[in-house]
Design a protein around this ligand. Structure first.
Ligand SMILES: Cc1cc2nc3c(=O)[nH]c(=O)nc-3n(C[C@H](O)[C@H](O)[C@H](O)COP(=O)(O)OP(=O)(O)OC[C@H]3O[C@@H](n4cnc5c(N)ncnc54)[C@H](O)[C@@H]3O)c2cc1C
Length: 455
């Protein structure tokens, strides 16, 4: 241990190395519940690529595991420390190095907070679309680690679509440059894409070239109330079938609505079973919303309330962004699922989730990036009740099984981490797992980068 700290010290400024056990403990876990975490041997907060390389060379020399970390808002335990590891927190590498309005790119360090980049791009008339609900705190490095999605992904796609190139420090300390800053390029295998969603298991991202879009017009939203989730899902199918491209299409069930009202007094309608939020950032959003409103009415919407202006639209978005946090207050504990199914199966997924909740006598609130088919069933339970805790875990697993049955995936955007690693093999199959292990072996032959995650 002393040897590790001594060696780390030789290439780091004093303030970059933390060895105080109490402070280190605060870096042990991300925002996921029920995921094991060990105690770190050191926490390092580098400010330069050279410092990251020094950490990786030291780790390789001493065979010490390394856990890359962003803001620890992850919901799968992917950023949790493992026993005796170096936690490598990239939060101090937080500079926006360049925004080019001609190339329409941003070059950033990994610790840049998502909302900070979004605002900096907006100042230049540009737009960085991936917008996880945690955007005010989560980092671009973490977004790349998890291939994060968000509210506007139904129109603009997820993080993977915006990462053009990377600089990555490999397990042995070498610096790898992948990808490009050009509008296109096909030179060799797409290693950039491989790193997106790799959960810190293949290398440490120290720089990213991100694509930007021209800023769209401000979006206008509506809220449609339904007496059943099935009717709301029917509306979603109609909207998609008719070729509409909303910039937001989100769903909140009654449990979620009540939790959000209780937390933030948003005045959402509590008697409705499902609330569908739709928005357009087109040249004539009012006309698009009117067309979507008609489709909602045809699907049985009981009430359709268009927002009066941008400010009211933003309030609706805020209500949706609060959903996960609000659902966490329903009982003493929650397990947050993240199953994504083909849009056409969304109704079956939500109905099936209700059946699972009833079978286990549990409250499961559902909010969803509905236009993507990405549901977040949140299992709410009493942590001190062993039987209820057991039923919660069972229902969490049954929800994933249902998602796979419906042709979906066990994780749309939160990642596998520790939480779902038993399930990865069920989705990928033995050949898929073998090939993925081969990739891991090629990049990290000593298995030092974020061990115990994914597999
Ligand atoms: C209230 C709330 C709402 C959320 N809403 C959404 C949502 O709408 N959409 C969504 O996708 N997610 C959402 N999340 C989950 C979470 O915010 C995202 O997964 C986010 O991308 C994590 O970023 P982070 O900076 O916190 O990374 P962390 O949690 O610290 O790390 C996430 C993963 O990335 C790896 N990593 C971090 N930095 C690097 C790096 N520089 N190099 C290599 N690997 C790295 C870590 O090892 C870990 O595996 C939400 C979370 C909360 C708490």
């Amino acid at each position: 241990m002393n040897d590790l700290l001594e060696r780390l010290r030789t290439g780091l400024p004093a303030e970059a190395l933390i060895s105080d056990p109490d402070i280190m403990a605060s870096y042990a876990k991300d925002s996921a519940g029920f995921c094991d975490a060990g105690a770190p041997a050191a926490v390092v907060l580098p400010r330069t690529t050279e410092q990251v390389q020094h950490v990786m060379r030291t780790a390789t020399a001493l065979r010490v595991p390394v856990v890359p970390q962003g803001a620890r808002t992850g919901l799968s335990g992917g950023a949790n420390a493992v026993e005796g590891c170096i936690v490598l927190s990239l939060t101090k590498m937080d500079r926006i190095l360049e925004i080019s309005t001609v190339d329409r790119i941003a070059v950033v360090e990994p610790g840049v907070v998502n909302a900070v980049l979004s605002r900096a791009a907006a100042d230049q008339g540009l737009y960085y679309p991936p917008d996880p609900s945690s955007w005010e705190t989560c980092t671009i490095g973490g977004n790349i680690g998890t291939a994060a999605g968000g509210l506007c992904c139904v129109k603009y796609g997820v993080t993977a679509e915006y990462v053009l190139g990377l600089e990555v420090v490999l397990a042995d300390g070498r610096l790898l440059t992948t990808g490009r800053r050009t509008a296109k390029g096909v030179a060799g295998y797409d290693l950039t894409r491989l790193f997106v969603g790799s959960e810190g298991s293949l290398g440490v991202v120290v720089k990213a070239v991100l694509a930007l879009k021209p800023a769209p017009p401000r979006q206008l939203a509506l809220a449609a109330e339904f007496s059943s989730a099935a009717a709301a899902c029917d509306a979603i199918c109609r909207i998609m079938e008719r070729g509409h491209t909303p910039s937001l299409l989100e769903l909140m069930d009654r449990t979620t609505i009540r939790a959000v009202n209780a937390m933030a007094q948003m005045g959402l309608p509590e008697t409705t079973e499902a609330l569908l939020l739709a928005a357009f950032d087109t040249p004539d959003p009012a006309a698009d919303l009117a067309a979507v409103g008609e489709l909602c009415a045809a699907a049985g919407a009981t009430e359709i309330v268009p927002a009066d202006d941008e400010a009211e639209s933003e309030l609706l978005l805020q209500a949706r962004r609060l959903s996960l946090t609000a659902l966490e207050t329903v009982k003493s504990a929650t397990m947050i699922d993240d199953v994504c199914v083909p849009r056409s199966k969304l109704g079956a997924m939500i109905e099936g989730t209700a059946v699972i909740a009833e079978k286990h006598d549990l409250t499961i609130g559902v909010c969803a990036h509905a236009g993507d088919g990405n549901t977040h069933p949140v299992v709410c339970f009493d942590h001190d009740d062993p039987d209820e805790s057991r039923r919660a875990r069972e229902s969490f697993d049954e929800i994933m099984a249902l998602g796979l049955e419906l042709g979906g995936t066990i994780t749309g955007e939160h990642g596998v981490g520790v939480l779902k690693k038993e399930w990865l093999g069920r989705e990928l199959g033995p050949v898929g797992v073998e090939m993925q292990r081969g990739v891991k072996q090629a990049f990290d032959p000593l298995g030092l980068l974020n061990p115990g995650k994914l597999f």
